[in-house]
Structure formats: structure tokens, C-alpha cells
Write a protein that binds this ligand. Structure first.
Ligand code: SF4
Length: 353
């Protein structure tokens, strides 16, 4: 069990639901585009948003952005600690500091002094791409998986010591590497040594085709081990895709439920209905239905092509159909309830919801 930290109204750690974060890809100084993207992300299920603060204009833009959005906003700071001071003054709900490029104790002290007044947390966000050379060389330049992980952990633990010496404990930690294995190793190692809540992610995971796989494996493996309190999927692409992927990871692990779950088979030569059409049509109608009603739990629906795995999956789902030649047999709560013609399948499944 990790310590619980609040970012705006969102609780992170200490048994709180695992929250979903993303980062805007707009120039933060372009206030209207940044607000538009944040609103789109909020609609897709993002719960905490981070913006890049690369200069004072961006830090000051936070005030205007915050007025128009509902999500807690995190200021992402690198190199210049005075940008953190400006972002805090302008209403940031959390500051991300990179131990690789803001490490002078007197500078950190300045940030902590102000952040304590505002009662907001710091994320100590280490990345394999920006570990300080001092740590790297001691770890033989961090070549192997284990060495890279150790270097990340050491970098964060050193930073935490500085913050704790200043009596500051509202800390969230990330230890991201572009290597899935190093990421997993680093988080596992750190979680044995500390109770600070963990922000999970595989950094620079790539475009959606590979990034979704890397993130699902890295984040998923850690969550399965009970490690992780908030997640950010990093993709080279639309940030909405990052949020959807994060939701799908959490839903697949049955940690949170965000929408309908449809189990449908890939079909093969045994299938004697147009299962793809049925599944797509049902998904469209079901999503509309789910959005209309605020469901506490979304029923699991199985749409299966034939009698091989069909009846088994259909019986296990809340509602399911196993198809035959131009027909489907509907099961509800494990019981066979009716036999319907192919063209009636979607309508009849919806009727049973
Ligand atoms: S359930 Fe039947 S149709 Fe679907 S993939 Fe399996 S064997 Fe093929």
C-alpha cells in the first residue's frame, strides 16, 4: 500500500482507483489549442493532464488554461527551476521535476519552499534518456537492463532524500525507460524500497502499433504485481489514443470498468453468419445504450461464430449468442433462452440487455 497524494481532486495511491493521465501535444503558449485538446482528452476519460512548460510564456499560460478546464493540471519542467516557480504561481496542481536536469540543492529548495505554501505535490520523474552522467558512470553507463533500472532507482532515491531533508513528502515517482524490461525492473526495485505512489509508463514507446504493445506489457505486468497508482501511456500520435489504451489496460486487468465489454471470436471457416457485421452493429448500438444509462457495471456480451467455443463463452457472459447456419442461440445468465434468425440477432441481444 502506497502513501496517498492528492492532485487537485484526484487521489493517487493508498488504494485509490488507478487514475489515467495524458499530456498535451500542443504548444502550451497556444492557449486555445491547448484548452481544446484538454477538453477532448477529458471527454475521452483522461483524469489528470500535463502540459510542457518550456518558457515563461508557457508557465504563465497555465492560469488562463486552468480557468477553462476541469482536470488537475501538471506542469512539466526541465532544466530551469524558475519555470517551476512561475508555473506554481500560475496555479499548477502538481509539478514534474526531472532529477536528470534540475538537481542543484539550492534550486530544489526554492521550488519546495513555494510548493509547500501551495500544498501541491511534486512528481520526481526520472527518464532513462536523461539520467545524470554522475549516476550513469557509477553504473558503468547503465548498459544492461538491470543496470539501467538501478541507475533510474538511484537517481530517484537521491532526489527523494533531498526533498525529505526539506521536510517535503508529497511525492509521486516515475522511473520510465524506453525499454519495457528496464521499466518493469526499475519500478519493481523501487517499490521494494519506498511507499511513495507510482506513476507508471514506458517512455518513448513509439507510434501506436508498437507503443500500445510496449505500454500494455510494461504497465500491465506491473499492475498485475500490484505495483502502480496512476498510468500514462506515451504514444507518438493522438493523445486520445493514449487515454483509450490506458482505459483498455485497466479494463482488461479488471481494475476499472469504463464501458461495454464485447467478447467476439475472430471467425474462421466454420462460421456461417456475417459475424463481423453483427459484432460491429451491436457494438455501435451497445455503446449508445451504455452512454445513455449510467451503468455501475457493464454487462459482458459474447458474440460467437459457431458451436465450437460459442455456447461456452455465451454461457459465461451475462448475455451471449452462439451462431449456426443463419441463426443464433441466445444465452442469458448461462441459460439458453431463445433461437433467432441472423438478421434479428442484434435487435434481440439489445432487447435482452
Ligand atoms: S467460435 Fe467457431 S467460428 Fe468462431 S473462431 Fe472459433 S471455431 Fe471459428
Amino acid at each position: 500500500m502506497t502513501k496517498q497524494i492528492k492532485v487537485g481532486d484526484v487521489k493517487i495511491g493508498g488504494g485509490a482507483p488507478i487514475s489515467i493521465q495524458s499530456m498535451t501535444k500542443t504548444d502550451t503558449r497556444d492557449i486555445s489549442s491547448t484548452i481544446r485538446q484538454i477538453k477532448e482528452l477529458e471527454r475521452s476519460g483522461c483524469e489528470i493532464i500535463r502540459v510542457a512548460v518550456k518558457d515563461f510564456e508557457a508557465a504563465k499560460a497555465i492560469k488562463a488554461i486552468k480557468r477553462k478546464i476541469n482536470l488537475p493540471l501538471v506542469a512539466d519542467i526541465h532544466f530551469d527551476y524558475t519555470l517551476a516557480l512561475c508555473a506554481i504561481e500560475n496555479g499548477a496542481d502538481k509539478i514534474r521535476l526531472n532529477p536528470g536536469n534540475i538537481y542543484k540543492e539550492d534550486e530544489i529548495k526554492e521550488v519546495v519552499r513555494l510548493i509547500k505554501k501551495r500544498k501541491i505535490p511534486i512528481r520526481v520523474g526520472a527518464n532513462s534518456g536523461s539520467i545524470r552522467n554522475r549516476v550513469k558512470s557509477r553504473e558503468q553507463r547503465a548498459e544492461g537492463t538491470e543496470q539501467r533500472a538501478k541507475a533510474l532507482v538511484e537517481s530517484v532515491l537521491n532526489y527523494i532524500k533531498i526533498l525529505e531533508r526539506m521536510d517535503f513528502y508529497d511525492i509521486i515517482v516515475s522511473l520510465k525507460a524506453s525499454s519495457v524490461l528496464s521499466t518493469i525492473e526499475a519500478y519493481k526495485l523501487f517499490s521494494k524500497k519506498s511507499k511513495y505512489p507510482l506513476h507508471l509508463g514506458v517512455t518513448a514507446a513509439g507510434p501506436a502499433s508498437t507503443g500500445i504493445v510496449k505500454s500494455s506489457i510494461g504497465i500491465g505486468a506491473l499492475l498485475l504485481d500490484g505495483i502502480g497508482d496512476t498510468v500514462r501511456v506515451s504514444l507518438t500520435g493522438d493523445p486520445v489514443e493514449e487515454v483509450i489504451t490506458a482505459k483498455n489496460i485497466l479494463q482488461a486487468l479488471e481494475l476499472r470498468s469504463f464501458g461495454p465489454e464485447i467478447i467476439s471470436c475472430p471467425t474462421c471457416g466454420r462460421c456461417q453468419v456475417d459475424l463481423q457485421k453483427i459484432a460491429e452493429e451491436f457494438e455501435k448500438c451497445y455503446t449508445l445504450y451504455a452512454n445513455r444509462y449510467t451503468l455501475k457495471r457493464f454487462p459482458k456480451i459474447a458474440i460467437m461464430g459457431c458451436e465450437v467455443n460459442g455456447p461456452g463463452e455465451a454461457k459465461e457472459a451475462d448475455i451471449g449468442i452462439a451462431c449456426g447456419k443463419g441463426i443464433g442461440v441466445i444465452f442469458k445468465k448461462g441459460e439458453l433462452i431463445k433461437r433467432v434468425k441472423e438478421k434479428e440477432i442484434v435487435k434481440e441481444l439489445l432487447r435482452e440487455l
